[in-house]
Design a protein around this ligand. Structure first.
Ligand SMILES: CC(C)(COP(=O)(O)OP(=O)(O)OC[C@H]1O[C@@H](n2cnc3c(N)ncnc32)[C@H](O)[C@@H]1OP(=O)(O)O)[C@@H](O)C(=O)NCCC(=O)NCCS
Length: 173
Protein backbone atom coordinates (compact mmCIF):
# COMPACT_ATOMS: atom_id res chain seq x y z
CA UNK A 1 0.00 0.00 0.00
CA UNK A 2 1.47 3.35 -1.02
CA UNK A 3 2.50 5.92 1.57
CA UNK A 4 2.23 3.55 4.54
CA UNK A 5 5.35 2.52 6.39
CA UNK A 6 5.50 -0.11 9.12
CA UNK A 7 8.39 0.19 11.57
CA UNK A 8 9.33 -1.16 14.98
CA UNK A 9 8.49 1.39 17.67
CA UNK A 10 11.31 3.17 19.48
CA UNK A 11 11.15 4.90 22.91
CA UNK A 12 11.17 8.23 21.04
CA UNK A 13 7.75 7.34 19.52
CA UNK A 14 6.10 7.27 22.97
CA UNK A 15 4.45 10.73 22.82
CA UNK A 16 2.88 10.09 19.40
CA UNK A 17 1.82 6.60 20.51
CA UNK A 18 0.02 7.98 23.59
CA UNK A 19 -1.74 10.52 21.37
CA UNK A 20 -2.75 7.67 19.02
CA UNK A 21 -3.96 5.54 21.96
CA UNK A 22 -6.12 8.39 23.24
CA UNK A 23 -7.74 8.62 19.80
CA UNK A 24 -8.44 4.89 19.32
CA UNK A 25 -9.83 4.65 22.87
CA UNK A 26 -12.62 7.00 21.73
CA UNK A 27 -13.29 5.13 18.49
CA UNK A 28 -14.43 1.68 19.67
CA UNK A 29 -15.39 -0.29 22.79
CA UNK A 30 -13.09 -3.12 21.76
CA UNK A 31 -10.04 -2.20 23.82
CA UNK A 32 -9.12 -2.45 27.50
CA UNK A 33 -9.55 1.35 27.77
CA UNK A 34 -12.01 3.85 26.35
CA UNK A 35 -12.25 7.61 25.98
CA UNK A 36 -10.11 8.07 29.11
CA UNK A 37 -7.14 6.86 27.05
CA UNK A 38 -4.11 4.99 28.30
CA UNK A 39 -3.49 6.30 31.78
CA UNK A 40 0.30 5.92 31.70
CA UNK A 41 3.00 8.60 31.84
CA UNK A 42 5.32 9.42 28.95
CA UNK A 43 8.20 7.91 30.96
CA UNK A 44 6.28 4.65 31.53
CA UNK A 45 5.43 4.43 27.84
CA UNK A 46 9.06 5.05 26.86
CA UNK A 47 10.19 2.32 29.26
CA UNK A 48 7.54 -0.07 27.85
CA UNK A 49 8.76 0.54 24.28
CA UNK A 50 12.39 0.13 25.34
CA UNK A 51 11.58 -3.27 26.90
CA UNK A 52 9.68 -4.30 23.75
CA UNK A 53 12.66 -3.40 21.58
CA UNK A 54 15.05 -5.38 23.82
CA UNK A 55 13.05 -8.55 24.49
CA UNK A 56 13.26 -11.21 21.78
CA UNK A 57 9.72 -12.44 22.31
CA UNK A 58 8.10 -9.00 22.34
CA UNK A 59 7.77 -6.52 19.50
CA UNK A 60 5.79 -3.36 18.83
CA UNK A 61 5.08 -2.27 15.26
CA UNK A 62 3.66 1.09 14.21
CA UNK A 63 2.02 1.94 10.88
CA UNK A 64 2.86 5.50 9.80
CA UNK A 65 1.24 7.73 7.18
CA UNK A 66 2.59 11.26 6.65
CA UNK A 67 4.44 11.18 9.97
CA UNK A 68 1.27 10.19 11.84
CA UNK A 69 0.64 6.85 13.58
CA UNK A 70 -2.40 5.18 11.98
CA UNK A 71 -2.00 1.65 13.34
CA UNK A 72 -0.23 -0.35 16.02
CA UNK A 73 0.31 -4.03 16.74
CA UNK A 74 2.36 -5.88 19.29
CA UNK A 75 3.41 -9.24 20.60
CA UNK A 76 3.90 -9.47 24.33
CA UNK A 77 6.24 -12.34 25.23
CA UNK A 78 5.56 -14.33 28.38
CA UNK A 79 8.03 -15.85 30.85
CA UNK A 80 9.22 -19.21 32.22
CA UNK A 81 6.92 -22.12 31.26
CA UNK A 82 4.92 -19.77 29.04
CA UNK A 83 7.93 -18.35 27.24
CA UNK A 84 6.98 -20.13 24.01
CA UNK A 85 3.82 -18.00 23.88
CA UNK A 86 3.10 -14.33 23.20
CA UNK A 87 -0.10 -12.28 23.44
CA UNK A 88 -1.21 -10.19 20.48
CA UNK A 89 -2.75 -6.70 20.36
CA UNK A 90 -3.72 -4.71 17.25
CA UNK A 91 -5.54 -1.50 16.32
CA UNK A 92 -5.98 0.86 13.37
CA UNK A 93 -7.39 4.41 13.34
CA UNK A 94 -11.09 4.26 12.43
CA UNK A 95 -10.62 6.50 9.37
CA UNK A 96 -8.26 3.84 7.97
CA UNK A 97 -10.28 0.67 8.66
CA UNK A 98 -10.81 -1.91 5.90
CA UNK A 99 -7.91 -0.67 3.76
CA UNK A 100 -5.60 -3.60 4.53
CA UNK A 101 -3.50 -1.95 7.26
CA UNK A 102 -4.54 -4.48 9.91
CA UNK A 103 -3.51 -7.26 7.52
CA UNK A 104 -0.12 -5.63 6.91
CA UNK A 105 0.47 -5.40 10.67
CA UNK A 106 -0.65 -9.01 11.25
CA UNK A 107 1.76 -10.28 8.60
CA UNK A 108 4.63 -8.38 10.26
CA UNK A 109 3.79 -9.90 13.66
CA UNK A 110 3.57 -13.45 12.30
CA UNK A 111 6.84 -13.04 10.38
CA UNK A 112 8.47 -11.73 13.56
CA UNK A 113 7.08 -14.65 15.60
CA UNK A 114 8.32 -17.21 13.07
CA UNK A 115 11.79 -15.66 12.99
CA UNK A 116 12.10 -15.37 16.79
CA UNK A 117 11.00 -18.71 18.16
CA UNK A 118 7.46 -17.75 19.25
CA UNK A 119 5.48 -21.00 18.94
CA UNK A 120 1.97 -19.95 19.95
CA UNK A 121 0.24 -16.57 19.65
CA UNK A 122 -2.78 -15.99 21.90
CA UNK A 123 -5.37 -13.24 21.79
CA UNK A 124 -8.73 -12.28 23.22
CA UNK A 125 -11.36 -10.53 21.10
CA UNK A 126 -14.91 -9.32 21.74
CA UNK A 127 -17.18 -12.09 20.47
CA UNK A 128 -19.11 -9.45 18.45
CA UNK A 129 -15.99 -7.89 16.86
CA UNK A 130 -16.65 -9.33 13.40
CA UNK A 131 -13.94 -7.41 11.55
CA UNK A 132 -11.19 -8.46 13.98
CA UNK A 133 -12.34 -12.10 14.09
CA UNK A 134 -12.43 -12.15 10.27
CA UNK A 135 -8.87 -10.78 10.21
CA UNK A 136 -7.59 -13.32 12.74
CA UNK A 137 -9.25 -16.24 10.96
CA UNK A 138 -7.73 -15.05 7.67
CA UNK A 139 -4.29 -15.49 9.26
CA UNK A 140 -5.11 -18.98 10.59
CA UNK A 141 -6.17 -18.23 14.17
CA UNK A 142 -8.57 -20.74 15.72
CA UNK A 143 -11.15 -20.14 18.42
CA UNK A 144 -10.60 -21.97 21.72
CA UNK A 145 -13.87 -20.89 23.29
CA UNK A 146 -15.73 -17.98 24.82
CA UNK A 147 -14.92 -16.32 28.11
CA UNK A 148 -18.16 -14.85 29.51
CA UNK A 149 -18.24 -11.32 30.96
CA UNK A 150 -14.59 -10.72 30.04
CA UNK A 151 -15.16 -6.91 30.01
CA UNK A 152 -17.54 -4.86 32.11
CA UNK A 153 -18.20 -1.52 30.42
CA UNK A 154 -20.43 0.49 32.73
CA UNK A 155 -23.18 -2.01 33.56
CA UNK A 156 -22.70 -4.05 30.37
CA UNK A 157 -20.90 -7.40 30.42
CA UNK A 158 -19.11 -8.35 27.21
CA UNK A 159 -18.11 -11.89 26.17
CA UNK A 160 -14.75 -12.50 24.50
CA UNK A 161 -13.49 -15.27 22.24
CA UNK A 162 -10.08 -16.73 23.08
CA UNK A 163 -8.07 -17.49 19.93
CA UNK A 164 -4.66 -18.92 19.15
CA UNK A 165 -2.29 -19.45 16.25
CA UNK A 166 0.00 -22.50 16.37
CA UNK A 167 3.32 -21.77 14.61
CA UNK A 168 5.21 -24.88 15.77
CA UNK A 169 5.46 -26.34 12.31
CA UNK A 170 8.37 -24.79 10.46
CA UNK A 171 9.60 -22.67 13.36
CA UNK A 172 13.20 -21.37 13.40
CA UNK A 173 14.53 -21.74 16.97
C1 LIG B 1 -9.63 -4.98 13.88
C2 LIG B 1 -8.86 -3.93 13.11
C3 LIG B 1 -7.45 -3.82 13.69
C4 LIG B 1 -8.77 -4.34 11.62
O1 LIG B 1 -7.93 -3.43 10.95
P1 LIG B 1 -8.16 -3.09 9.39
O2 LIG B 1 -7.06 -2.23 8.94
O3 LIG B 1 -9.54 -2.63 9.17
O4 LIG B 1 -7.97 -4.57 8.78
P2 LIG B 1 -7.96 -5.02 7.25
O5 LIG B 1 -8.48 -3.92 6.39
O6 LIG B 1 -6.62 -5.56 6.91
O7 LIG B 1 -8.91 -6.28 7.28
C5 LIG B 1 -10.20 -6.19 7.77
C6 LIG B 1 -10.97 -7.36 7.20
O8 LIG B 1 -12.22 -7.44 7.93
C7 LIG B 1 -13.29 -7.36 6.99
N1 LIG B 1 -14.39 -6.75 7.68
C8 LIG B 1 -14.59 -5.45 7.96
N2 LIG B 1 -15.75 -5.30 8.63
C9 LIG B 1 -16.28 -6.54 8.77
C10 LIG B 1 -17.44 -7.06 9.36
N3 LIG B 1 -18.33 -6.25 9.95
N4 LIG B 1 -17.66 -8.40 9.32
C11 LIG B 1 -16.79 -9.24 8.73
N5 LIG B 1 -15.64 -8.80 8.14
C12 LIG B 1 -15.41 -7.47 8.16
C13 LIG B 1 -12.72 -6.57 5.83
O9 LIG B 1 -13.47 -6.78 4.66
C14 LIG B 1 -11.34 -7.16 5.74
O10 LIG B 1 -11.40 -8.45 5.15
P3 LIG B 1 -10.45 -8.90 3.93
O11 LIG B 1 -9.03 -8.68 4.38
O12 LIG B 1 -10.77 -10.35 3.75
O13 LIG B 1 -10.83 -8.03 2.78
C15 LIG B 1 -9.60 -2.56 13.15
O14 LIG B 1 -10.93 -2.74 12.76
C16 LIG B 1 -9.57 -1.90 14.52
O15 LIG B 1 -8.60 -1.23 14.88
N6 LIG B 1 -10.65 -2.02 15.30
C17 LIG B 1 -10.71 -1.38 16.62
C18 LIG B 1 -9.74 -1.98 17.61
C19 LIG B 1 -9.91 -3.49 17.66
O16 LIG B 1 -11.02 -4.00 17.60
N7 LIG B 1 -8.78 -4.18 17.81
C20 LIG B 1 -8.79 -5.62 17.98
C21 LIG B 1 -8.95 -5.91 19.42
S1 LIG B 1 -8.93 -7.66 19.72
Amino acid sequence: MTGIIIKEALPGDAAKLLEYANQIGKESDNLTYGAEGLTVSLEQEMEFLKKNAEERHSVFYLAWKNDKIIGAANLNGLSRRMSHRAGLGISVLKAEWSKGIGSMLMQKLIDYANANGIEIINLEVRSDNKAAIHLYQKFGFQTIGTSPAFFKIGAEYVDFDLMYLDLREGIKQ
